[in-house]
Design a protein. Structure first.
Lengths: 253, 294
């Protein structure tokens, strides 16, 4: 599933958050977007996932335009996002969080609920099994019964990834998957992402943690003040002086 | 005396049914519906008018539920995009629109003259037919309560709770929150429609003035006193409401000659208002506890 962002512009009032941004993600590929605070990364994700409308430019998925589609429709098309600040369903347990994410449930309509009870029960059993698989995969077994609101920041990030997986997406947009996560869990999340990518899922990742992201993705796009200032392999991109100026404040290691 | 108690029991059960409708809407999705009486009115008039055309009562009741539920659809499509407080205002406007439409479309509803002679559920004098009505109402309340339980413990209930926790996250997972809220709104409205049908065939006389916003707010008072979002809260609250409304009749007996009939009517509302104030001061979660604040 290839994602193509072409010449996207987005302004808030007089502030140009995205200025002519283009980006490609090939089918099953993995790429990262970096940039200082306010560079337009989150706006870019909002535009791709449909939470904000671009003023001009287009977003296409497998050649089909997504412009004008609501966020829910984009997710159903196979491209699901996570959020920078985890948005767990805090009153639901971890398992319920995962089960709620499963698509096309007969029991999510009142008609199905009251008139197709057997089918609902059968589906629930299947969805539960899927949820158990995700719980095992992401090492969430110990907290499966806990209300998600009581998880640590890192565990919430894992749960969000798990919820996204329940939708069975072909492309995943991760918004700062390592932010506020302890170093051990960062390694673990990295491992999960890599394994998922090997199974064919494409990833576009916004991240502040340069080190982790550089280890993970073969291609980086650098945003600054709404513009793409560099793109290429992490090594090449980080060597560019414009990037060092914008991102590392000129100094850097 | 039995007849009086039974009459109160029947009105009380109608309030329970209305309260369950709000409980479904507010308890499950946090929808603040201030136009509940509009759906009550649609149910009452639908069933009354159809029964006067000779349609069997079973179908009248079904039509009352269906039409009230359907009326929620366009309202929801428009209003669910709004913030909670604006939604409340729009629903209030909706119920007033329904009442004024009923008052002005005399060719259909006989306007402010009202509709007399609506057939009873069961004809005949004595206490027997009343008991049947009460039993039917109880059955309807139990069915509504069971439906509520079934929804709360289902995939639908799970998603509704997810929407309450984080609507955007639900959207990001490919589900449209408005669709779920709309179904809940329609279900609560259908319950109000059934309550309306029971009311019409029990009172046997309908005028638009029976459907003023005060009815909505009395139902809200009931569930606030009983505990919002709970079946037990809806039942307890409706019983409390009837106790205050009917009990305050006896104030007159305590001080004969002091209070006129007109003052009495206002006083009854005053008593309920006072009770509501005391509840919000000393037991804000209601008698049975607030299910929505866990």
């Amino acid at each position: 599933m290839s994602l193509d962002i072409s010449r996207v512009k987005k302004a808030f009032g007089g502030f140009l958050a995205l200025d002519d941004v283009s980006l490609k993600l090939a089918d099953g590929a993995m790429a990262g977007v970096i940039g200082p605070n306010g560079a337009g990364k989150s706006t870019l994700f909002a535009v791709i996932s449909g939470f904000a409308q671009a003023d001009s430019g287009s977003v296409t998925l497998d050649g089909r335009t997504l412009d004008g589609l609501a966020p829910a429709a984009r997710a159903r098309a196979g491209m699901v996002r996570s959020f920078q600040v985890p948005r767990e369903f805090r009153h639901l347990t971890v398992r319920e969080n995962l089960m709620a994410a499963a698509p096309d449930q007969t029991g999510e309509g009142l008609f199905g609920l009251f008139f197709r009870g057997r089918r609902v029960a059968a589906e629930e059993a299947m969805i539960r099994e899927e949820a158990e698989a995700v719980i095992d995969r992401l090492n969430l077994r110990a907290v499966a019964e806990l209300p998600a609101g009581r998880l640590s920041g890192g565990q919430k990030k894992l749960l969000e990834l798990g919820r996204v997986l329940m939708v069975r997406p072909r492309t995943i947009l991760l918004d700062e998957p390592f932010a506020g996560v302890n170093p051990i869990l960062i390694k673990e999340i990295e491992r999960h992402i890599r394994a998922l990518n090997e199974s064919g899922i494409g990833f576009l990742i916004i991240e502040h943690d340069l080190a982790a992201l550089s280890r993970l993705v073969p291609h980086l796009t650098v945003l600054d003040q709404g513009r793409v200032i560099a793109a290429g392999t992490p090594r090449a991109v980080l060597a560019e002086s414009a990037v060092r100026d914008a991102y590392l404040g000129g100094g850097g290691p | 005396m039995e007849a009086y108690l039974l009459a109160i029991g029947i009105i009380c059960a109608i309030y329970v049914l209305l309260a369950l409708g709000l409980t479904v809407q507010y308890g499950l999705t946090g929808l603040i519906n201030f136009g509940h009486v509009g759906f009550f009115a649609i149910g009452a008039y639908t069933s009354a008018l159809l029964s006067l055309q000779g349609v069997p009562l079973v179908f009248c009741f079904a039509a009352a539920a269906a039409l009230a539920g359907l009326a929620a659809w366009p309202l929801g499509l428009v209003a669910l995009r709004l913030r909670d407080d604006y939604f409340a205002i729009v629903t209030l406007g909706f119920s007033e629109t329904v009442r004024l439409t009923i008052a002005s479309e005399a060719w259909l509803t006989n306007g402010v003259q009202g509709i007399p002679g609506i057939p009873r559920i069961m004809a005949g004098g004595g206490i027997g037919p009343q008991l049947v009505v009460f039993a039917l109402l109880l059955a309807a309340c139990i069915a509504a309560a069971l439906a509520y339980r079934r929804i709360a413990g289902s995939p639908f209930g799970r998603l509704i709770e997810a929407i309450r926790d984080n609507e955007e996250a639900v959207t990001a997972l490919g589900k449209d929150p408005a669709r779920f809220k709309l179904q809940v709104l329609a279900l609560g409205a259908a319950l109000a429609g059934i309550a309306g049908a029971f009311y019409a065939h029990y009172i046997t006389y309908l005028v638009p003035d029976q459907f003023i916003p005060l009815v909505t707010f009395q139902v809200w008072m009931a569930i606030i006193m009983g505990g919002v979002g709970r079946v037990s809260g809806a039942v307890t609250g409706a019983v409390l409401l009837m106790l205050f409304l009917e009990g305050s009749r006896f104030i007159r007996d305590l001080a004969p000659g002091l209070i006129s009939e007109v003052d009495m009517a206002s006083l009854r509302i005053g008593v309920v208002g006072l009770a509501l104030i005391l509840f919000t001061l000393f037991r804000p979660q209601g008698l049975m506890g607030d299910y929505t604040r866990r």
